[in-house]
Design a protein around this ligand. Sequence first.
Ligand code: N01
Length: 555
Amino acid sequence: MEGPVPELAHRWRLGVESAAMTNATATSELDAVIVGAGFAGLYMLHKLRGSGLRARIFEAGSGVGGTWFWNRYPGARCDVESMEYSFKFDDALQQEWKWSERYSEQPEIMRYLNHVADRYELRRDIALETRVTSAHFDEGTSRWNVSTDRGDRVSANFCIMATGCLSSTNTPEFPGLDSFAGRVFHTGKWPHEPIDFTGRRVGIIGTGSSAIQAIPIIAKQARHLFVFQRTPNFSVPAQNGPLDPEVQERIKAHYGELRRLGSQMPFGFDVQLNEKSALEVSEAEREAEYEQRWKHGGLPFLGSYADLLYNKEANETAAAFIRRKIAEIVKDPKLAALLSPEPTDVAGCKRLCSDSGYFETFNRSNVTLVDVRSAPIEAITPTGLSTGKETFAFDDLILATGFDAMTGSLLRVDIRGAGGATLGERWAEGPRTYLGLSVVGFPNLFMISGPGSPSVLTNMVVSIEQHVEWIAECIGYLRSKGLARIEATLDAQNDWVAHVNEVADSSLYPRCNSWYLGANVPGKPRVFMPYLGFPPYVEKCNQVASRGYEGFRLG
Ligand code: N01
């Protein structure tokens, strides 16, 4: 890739004043600052380096891994199969890495990401334990001035937010939370040392994906586990297990084919999408299909029929099947009813959970399910929790209460664009972006898997790779033309936001109080954030690039 034209080269050489050149190589010139060292940040650094740019990552954690660095609660694992939940950008990497399970557990994903950091010698340009506190755009120089909590002050042409969609934890303001005398954990910020629950009474609040993965394991250890459930969730068994080395080799022999197939799917991975409607087949055929998908396990359950996420009547056939399964698994009919979503609920509207023995866990005598919908949590007390109806005593409290998703990790950085407006002000009524990559008024700022892009509705790794490659190509284009600035236009952004909403409204997704809508965080504007449909999104991004970055103002 070409470098900048000589007369403009000074616009690319950027001074770095660092009060704490911590654990990365000191550099006095930067082209790009990358915030975050998860899947997105690591690949972005590798890619920009490959284009001859000077880039550096700032990462708040003490290690690489992003969401996988923080989410180390018992049972944390991916819900897209390991062979697809991994980078495809380098065939040598995907051929040499061996996954041990169908769905990898968090420690294995961390080993993989550390391997990536070492294999591509990324660490010398990563500053760990360094949180970016502010990023301010300088109109005069078209550069971003970035500050960290360790006193770094960096100036760079581009600021790339690889901050993750599920990185900012959501802790509800339960009265009395600070008074709890025992240990308090959040699944999204789990301690690094092993936590032993043996002999202890544990309370867990929440029944989302994190809780559903953690509960079966904690229940086996704890003396007693109280599960505080506000909304019952749809979950299908992951059917996880060891990955047969022969199967793995067979996949590797045709890896490109699997990757191609995945990227043609709406969710960016192979859900074996059936093109039929659930309503055009007989009840017996439908039942057989759901049964076969249940046995296969995991998210491909939602691929059973093409209209499950578009037609409530079709969806109800799948939802009813899951409710019947819950009734079969859970021996106590009252408990089974309490664990079952309502007929008005849409399966997959909140992200479908993929579990390993979740419903079975409620057959254990040391597990109590507490309905905090009919009697909400009133307070956390020094010894436990009280609802309107009862009090519960436990030694440890686990908050499995999710995230301020998609916007939280962006908005906790003081980002100010051209004219000094903050991102928080611009997004006061919800996030507005062009392609989930760029925001009007924030030139040269890119988001990886930002709101308005497919991100959390897809295999995140595939979406991340697509964004990283698009951003790198865009920066390469600007350099080749001697341009120093790119900014989305208002018209393009408005059209894109309208399109994202239109696509979402054609589906059942906006019908429930999910974190996709920001509905889980009190006061958060209710806007459907991800874009539904990976292939059309990629087509649009490619079209924008091929038309000289249509919808952007270049300068
Ligand atoms: O969070 P959630 P999560 N009182 O928001 C409850 C990804 N992920 O961390 O539904 C009582 O889904 C809340 O109740 P309700 C995945 O994309 C993936 O579990 O709002 N309860 C809910 O039950 C997932 O979707 C994997 O009524 C309260 C729970 O807390 C996303 O991360 C694994 C409450 C929060 O569930 C988030 O999952 C884990 C209150 N005041 C996570 N406030 C994989 O498998 C909240 N709750 C890859």
